[in-house]
Ligand binder design. Structure first.
Ligand code: GRF
Length: 216
């Protein structure tokens, strides 16, 4: 079995989609081995607890950064305390892949390097539209409505040292309706795109990793 550790920061609806998919046998050879939240008290942790999945909180606010806020992707960035805490926990849970599901923290470059090619992120737009620094949560859908796009959607991509810049794996389009609000559009993008794409991306990455390792 491949082991996925899911990173969350909020309500956890994408985590729930993964848990539901696992229960329905739609994650293939991958299991959710643990959940790490960047903040305490978020509903995503309730969801993990109800599914009997181990969870913990690792908040960047609680850790010193060894080398200050070097730009993401700086190869000279040394693993700071936050990166070390994340690495310790994901290694303890023997993570084969990392899944960012509504995770609102920029990962330290040293952590991205440690799991290069094995970190998935779900973004609520059709990248390269409405992505990058400052585009998260409702802000993405506010920008889409402001621009007047007729189609939006969601994207699953591999995480590199940038923000929403890694290779695109899956996308799904969702029609924008004339009476949409940011909230109604976010809900439809989640229901019709995010919650479908992320479990499928986890299944496909697990299948690739298993094949590379000659298992499954
Ligand atoms: C939502 O805006 C979702 O579109 C994006 O992250 C936010 C929270 O997701 N992926 P979740 O409900 O915590 O999974």
């Amino acid at each position: 079995m491949l082991r996925a550790v899911v990173f969350v920061s909020g309500g956890g609806t994408n985590l729930q989609a993964l848990l539901d998919a696992q229960r329905a046998g739609r994650l293939g050879d991958t299991v959710i081995a643990g959940v790490i939240s960047s903040r305490p008290g978020v509903y995503a942790l309730e969801r993990a607890g109800r599914a009997h999945v181990p969870f913990t909180v690792i908040s960047p606010k609680d850790y010193e950064t060894a080398d200050g806020k070097k730009e993401a992707g700086d190869p000279t960035a040394v693993p700071d305390d936050f990166a070390c805490a994340l690495l310790d926990q994901t290694k303890r849970w023997q993570a084969d892949m990392i899944v960012l599901a509504g995770y609102l923290v920029v990962l330290p470059a040293s952590f991205v390097h440690a799991y290069s090619g094995r970190i998935l992120n779900i973004h609520p737009s059709l990248i390269p539209a409405f992505c990058g620094r400052g585009y998260y949560g409702l802000r993405v859908h506010e920008a889409a409505l402001r621009r007047g796009v007729k189609v939006t959607g969601a994207t699953v991509h591999l995480v590199d040292e940038g923000t929403d810049t890694g290779p695109i794996l899956l996308q799904k389009a969702v029609e924008v309706q004339s009476n949409d609000t940011p909230e109604s559009l976010q809900k439809r993008v989640m229901e019709e795109a995010e919650w479908q794409l992320l479990p499928e991306a986890v299944r496909l990455l697990g299948k690739r990793l298993a094949k590379e390792r000659g298992i499954g």
